[in-house]
Ligand binder design. Structure first.
Ligand code: GDP
Ligand code: GDP
Length: 438
């Protein structure tokens, strides 16, 4: 699973600045699940070829009473979840008693720690660093987060720790994870484990027990109607069957790792509750990660007619921003609608990875234009000449023409709809790029 890096340090040392540099994602996930407190932010990290999850914390401050309890707790939780910790200090302010206190915490955590001296832009680096050797935390890493300076080499160094693990993970995926990789995510108690068990317990499903798939492997390869799939079991369903342990504590990190590892993600939502921000963030996160999205509204059994109508309205109102994702109303408990998920999973996967010829895309463009001409601009009609595929997952279509800068949003939406319908694209956004030769 992909590595998790926590950013720790007192307030104002530049943690959020670094977080934004590393993630640049629309939807940072904020831990506001029941039982968790609010002040940790989670994001998808990218630096060069490296992919990881970043956790930002409010920070640990020193005040008269010692530490701010709440913030300290956040940081400690983040440290617990992390594989490596970036401990940020302020190169302009020098060593601070709060830094020493944090260093003490980190020494006890036994996680790999990188002492990062931030804000070294425009000052003498050697002088800025000198103060912090006293912390006795090994090598120092100078950084200017605000300018992105030093970020890349820092991350290169951190990720060296995980090179072996990432290679192993790739091997595991390559050898054991067959077919489409399906992630199942959702808030606690929405029915993820029930759904995973139901999917694996269906008639005609054969779960492989392959050499190399250990009991606690999170990848569960299986065959259904002669097709291979792999479920990513973050809920620990399989392990729980053997050891009678308590339900594993819900973890955002595991959710994010499952999304990263999957091709298609089923977001499970509980129909007995209204949709909450966290559901929407999770969906946003799946889209940001460029994964295929399927929505399953669970516990559809035993709902009264008016409750069903209510939740359908909720879905319409709140999921309007993902009109292309198919919504399934299911009962994981009874199995109703679970089999139907597969058609959508297949369609979504195909949509994400499809390859279309320039001929085909250009024909669709020509049909669209002849049905409905683009508007005139300054007495000249906008011309759209041809289209080709610029990428997949998510699919990108590049349209070439004249004066495309002047193309109104409404026409772009018309084109998107056209391409989406003709190519049967489900569960993923399509991005368009317009190129103009004048
Ligand atoms: P946080 O409280 O640790 O999350 O700190 P922020 O990221 O909010 O940064 C605190 C302040 O330091 C902001 O005003 C930033 O613009 C500034 N800052 C962050 N990184 C740098 C840097 O590399 N150089 C300089 N000069 N200022 C920075
Ligand atoms: P998870 O925390 O998301 O893995 O949720 P679980 O699978 O552990 O389910 C939480 C609770 O919801 C359990 O008591 C399940 O029996 C119940 N549950 C799950 N799916 C359904 C369903 O389709 N209908 C009903 N009525 N209850 C369900």
């Amino acid at each position: 699973m992909i590595p998790v890096i926590a950013l720790v340090g007192r307030p104002n040392v530049g943690k959020s600045t670094l977080f934004n540099q590393l993630t640049r994602s629309r939807d940072a996930l904020v831990a506001d699940y029941p039982g968790l407190t609010r002040d940790r932010k989670y994001g998808d990290g990218k630096a060069g070829e490296h992919e990881f999850i970043v956790i930002d914390t409010g920070g640990i401050s020193g005040d008269e009473q010692g530490i701010d309890e709440h913030m300290a707790r956040q940081s400690l939780l983040a440290i617990e979840e992390a594989d490596a910790v970036l401990f940020l200090v302020d190169g302009r302010h020098g060593l601070n008693p709060a830094d020493e206190m944090i260093a003490n915490h980190l020494r006890r955590s036994e996680k790999p720690v990188f002492l990062v001296v931030n804000k070294t832009d425009g000052i003498n680096e050697d002088i800025a660093l000198a103060d912090f050797y006293a912390l006795g935390m090994g090598e120092l890493y100078p950084l200017a987060a605000a300018h992105g300076k030093g970020v890349r080499s820092l991350i290169d160094t951190v990720m060296e720790l995980f090179a072996e693990r990432i290679a192993e993970m790739r091997d595991q995926i390559e050898f054991n994870a067959k077919g489409i990789r399906i992630g199942v995510v959702g808030r606690p108690n929405v029915g993820k484990s029930t759904l995973v068990n139901r999917m694996l317990g269906e008639e005609r499903v054969v779960v492989y027990d392959m050499p190399g798939t250990t009991r606690d492997s999170v990848y569960i390869p299986y065959k259904r109607h002669d097709k291979d799939y792999t479920l990513i079991d973050t809920a620990g369903v399989r392990r729980r069957k053997h050891v009678k342990e308590a339900v594993e504590k819900f973890s955002i990190v595991k959710t994010l790792q499952a999304i990263q590892d999957a091709n298609v993600v089923i977001c499970v939502i509980d129909s007995h509750e209204d949709l909450v921000e966290q559901d929407l963030h999770m969906i946003g996160y799946v889209l940001d990660a460029g994964r295929g999205l399927v929505i399953a509204i669970n516990k559809w059994d035993g709902l009264k007619k008016e409750d069903r109508e209510h939740i359908k309205k909720e879905v319409e109102r709140r999921l309007g921003f993902v009109p292309y994702a198919k919504v399934h109303y299911i009962s994981a408990l009874h199995g109703t609608g679970v089999g139907d998920l597969y058609d959508t999973i297949e369609e979504t996967y195909e949509s994400c990875y499809a390859k279309w010829s320039t001929n085909r895309l250009t024909r669709i463009l020509e049909d669209a234009v002849s049905e409905h001409q683009p508007p005139m601009v300054k007495g000249r009609r906008i011309k759209l000449r041809y289209a080709h595929q610029g990428g997949s997952n998510p699919p990108r279509i590049v349209v070439h023409g004249n004066q495309t800068d002047a193309l109104p949003g409404s026409y772009k939406r018309y084109l998107e709809n056209k391409f989406r319908t003709v190519l049967n694209i489900t569960g993923t956004p399509i991005s368009f790029e317009f190129k103009s030769s004048d």
